[in-house]
Design a protein around this ligand. Sequence first.
Ligand code: GTP
Ligand code: IMP
Ligand code: MG
Length: 337
Amino acid sequence: MPATIVVGGFWGDEGKGKIIAYIANSDKPVIIARGGVGPNAGHTVEIEGKKYGVRMIPSGFVYKDAKLLIGAGVLVDPRVFLKEVELLGVADRARVDYRCAIIEEKHIQADRGDEHLSKKIGTTGTGCGPANVDRVKRVARQAKDVPELEPFLTDVPLEINTALDNDQFVLVEGSQGFGLSLYYGTYPYVTSKDTTASSIAADVGIGPTKVDEVIVVFKCFPTRVGSGPFPTEMPQEEAEKLGIVEYGTVTGRRRRIGYWDGKMARYAAMINGATQAALTGIDKLDKECYGVTEWEKLTPKAKEFIEKVEDDIKVPVTLISTGPELHQIIDLRKEKL
Ligand code: GTP
Ligand code: IMP
Ligand code: MG
């Protein structure tokens, strides 16, 4: 059985949390593994009227039979991790690779106190950049050095590759998005690491030959928090007129909003090696699409837009999200793949 990687195609907050939770519930992976930078991410999962914002635990936690693993490439803030473990009641199945680098209070202070990071770049203030600096300097502590994490330590690549060898399905989730990649994003207005599928695979310790599907998540109206170029950004008043106002999950900052960017989407699909795409927020394009679960019930405006997206990115849009709740989705994977 294959591994599937889910990544973001714009500047993060594309709705990866919802897409991953949906796939987890419908495809029942044995393992859901998190790659990406660290607790700068905030994935939102809404199920049965309850809303969760997770920063460390994989958003697929809603599927109760999966192990929830955090790959060695990810930075772990033990306080955030332990709090989420308790809140979600996942102590029996949440595990951390023993090599994860640790975010300490000094990293958070350095992130928030540094003019360049906090003011110019507009970081999330979660200590990720300074912790990655220490990791590169090879002075960062690792998960195995933290007694509170002892019960949760594991060898993530070994667990994942064993599952794959046994023909079991593994779901790997990225965080942030293409435009925030340290290599390919809008440098210097980026995060402290590459965010594309290849790096996410390396974060959790699977080789490129083991990855079968890469799903890039796009939102109909891209958003960005923090500073940096945003070619298709619209004025705030226009976004308000369209009824699109969003706030960050981690920082509570208002998200900047823009129009669909086909050029960026195509480039993101290319570098990620997308095999399919998920599109969220179609209900923001046309309110009549809210909650729809069948392609036939989408409006002509929505269908035309999705066809244009496919033309831009050159891979099929297989998942169309029509609202924040898990069940508000059109799943075309059987028809299109
Ligand atoms: P990062 O890992 O931080 O990049 O976040 P993310 O990609 O998981 O996205 P995040 O949860 O931060 O933001 C997406 C927001 O859109 C959340 O509030 C979701 O509940 C919401 N959302 C997801 N899909 C849809 C959709 O189809 N329609 C609407 N209206 N909202 C959606
Ligand atoms: P850092 O990752 O906290 O260093 O922040 C660097 C840039 O990435 C800032 O513009 C942040 O707003 C942005 N960023 C980091 N993580 C996320 C995320 O999960 N969603 C959206 N933006 C993010
Ligand atoms: Mg987010």
